[in-house]
Design a protein around this ligand. Structure first.
Ligand SMILES: [Zn+2]
Length: 391
């Protein structure tokens, strides 16, 4: 198949998406400070006569959920309105909470993660809303909060019975549909020994010394885990990400704790990942020294994968190929995101799809390409159109 040229994006789409992302960046929405951006979005939909409700978590508004169209089929557009904090302003060339348009980009905290993605989704959604009487499916726009605090907004909707036939999560993917992501298992390993004065080592049990062979053994396991791979998400991993122990320079340490970050493939289970770590740790604990060891689960976010044969995958591949003028095939995501709740809790075939690359997320001088946002609007619209034809 020959290469075709990139689609022409109407200039008004470029303007609408730029204005919207600037509005969103100008409203700080980090930490738990999400009420102003929620009000902005709810007012915006109300002005256009788009039915919308506010989803609450423990009595506090967290999500804005708008819906258009009719019929039994439902497609969800999901992206988050919260951001990470701006960080040290000295590291920024511009004020992180004042949107600046420069060199075809919008700069500011959240411009890329995920206000640029959300803006593109909303412009696509509002384009459909303008002709909603002819829409043969229902389209639900979820602007969720608490994403940077563990996916709270999406999780609460999924647990409360969100149902749909397909979903798109708006995160930066370079406009390539991603259909799988890894999970993450966070554990703590604690070795308990016995404190004593450092001048009398035999009276104590040194927890740091007992932890040493455990660290080595886990590093050996990490090398073995690194050899496992899955087609979309790549290689599994295990990293010892922190260590702590000891209370003073002259005391035998009674306690030593390490943290483990284990990235789990869609082909692996939490139980298997946990079991091999516990076995490795237990085997490595020095015998006869009197130290005890405990492995604790801190958090688990399950991996997820959508069947490559799902209509939403084919629709997004077709749309991105048409808009970008080159063959686009589904790939995988290396981090975790709200897709996990949509797939694992709400059982919705889901893809991740959005403008620009994720490299600048959470960093100083975060920015989003206006061209990419405008193309994303077209890709979202064409994806919905192609999906509607398939279901
Ligand atoms: Zn994000």
């Amino acid at each position: 198949m020959g290469e075709t040229s990139m689609a022409e994006v109407p200039p008004d789409v470029r303007e609408r998406v730029t204005r919207l992302v600037c509005d969103l960046v100008a409203i700080p929405s980090h930490g738990c400070e999400e009420q102003a951006v929620i009000r902005y979005l709810a007012d915006r939909f109300a002005r256009q006569g788009i039915p919308c409700r506010i989803g609450e978590l423990d009595g506090t508004p967290i999500n804005v959920i708008a819906e258009i169209g009719a019929g039994p089929r439902v497609l969800v557009l999901n992206s988050h309105h919260d951001t990470v904090p701006p960080g040290d302003p000295a590291l920024w060339a511009t004020d992180p909470l004042t949107p600046v348009v420069k060199d075809g980009k919008v700069f500011g905290r959240g411009a890329e993660d995920a206000k640029g993605c959300l803006a593109a989704m909303i412009v696509a959604f509002e384009t459909l809303a303008a002709r909603r009487e002819t829409l043969p499916v229902r389209v639900v726009l979820m602007a969720v909060g608490g994403e940077e605090r563990g996916g709270l907004g999406t999780k609460i909707e999924a647990v409360r019975g969100l149902r749909a036939d397909a979903a798109i999560v708006g995160e930066s993917t370079g406009l390539v549909p991603l259909i799988a992501h890894k999970g993450v298992l966070r554990l703590e390993v604690e070795v308990t020994g016995k404190a004593a004065h450092a001048s009398d080592p035999e009276a104590g049990i040194n927890a740091i010394v007992a932890m040493a062979p455990i660290v080595s053994a886990l590093d050996g396991l990490a090398a073995e885990i690194r050899r496992r791979a899955e087609a979309y998400t790549g290689r599994a991993s295990l990293v010892i990400s922190s260590i702590g122990g000891g209370v003073a320079l002259n005391v035998i340490p009674a306690r030593c704790v390490i943290s483990i970050d284990r990235r789990v493939l869609p082909t692996e289970t939490e139980a298997d990942a946990n079991r091999e770590i516990v076995e490795t740790v237990t085997r490595a604990l020095p015998l006869g020294a009197g130290a005890r060891v405990e492995v604790r689960r801190v958090r688990f976010v399950p991996p997820s994968i959508t069947d490559a044969a799902s209509p939403i995958v084919a629709a997004a591949e077709e749309a991105a190929t048409a808009v970008l003028g080159k063959s686009v095939r589904a790939a995988g995501f290396t981090a975790t995101c709200d897709m996990t709740y949509l797939v694992n809790d709400a059982k919705i075939p889901t893809i991740i799809l959005g403008p620009d690359s994720i490299e600048l997320a959470h960093q100083a001088n975060e920015c989003i390409s206006i061209e990419q946002m405008a193309l994303a609007v077209e890709v979202y619209l064409k994806t919905i159109e192609a999906w509607t034809r398939r279901v």
